[in-house]
Design a protein around this ligand. Sequence first.
Ligand code: SF4
Length: 199
Amino acid sequence: MGLFKDEVTGRTVLDDGMAGLEHNVLTGAVEDLVNWSRARSTWPATFGLACCAIEMMATGAAHYDMARYGMEVFRASPRQADLMIVAGRVSQKMAPVLRTIYDQMAEPKWVISMGVCASSGGMFNNYALVQGVDQVVPVDVYAPGCPPGPETLLHAIFTLHENIQNGEILRRRDQTGRGAAIEVAQRDGQPTPVSIGRS
Ligand code: SF4
């Protein structure tokens, strides 16, 4: 692996994974392929906290059918999941459980904060609730609303996919040591960039 050793840091591709490879025609294409595959096979953990989870379930059901985007099934084990959708307010009591689930998920993993309660505590400005789930896990995409409907959640998911594929999420994380923190607009009731309810 000496071929790929960074003379300055001494790190090799074993330390840095795909990012440790110098870019050329071959490795560049491989990295694109890996990112493309990751973007099209994000598997959500089965995890809902409050009313927002009902909208998340609707997004997985027949009409919106997010299985069309490689998200075939919500995984019952965090070890088989790489996407956490924080759907609902996070109580102080639940926060360590949420973090444990996140820690058990497969790398690389992604987080969508769904709804104002998960993102900021929402209308629950009190001691019992976490005032923003980014205090517990790194958030990559924020979906606004109370609740965000399936169109908004799908918009957040497409944004996540796009930024996994172009490498932006991992770039931002490297720069800040936090989640990518991309904010999307609410899209409920508006035309969506994809046909909904049809294959
Ligand atoms: S944002 Fe609204 S719908 Fe979602 S958990 Fe909070 S109160 Fe419920």
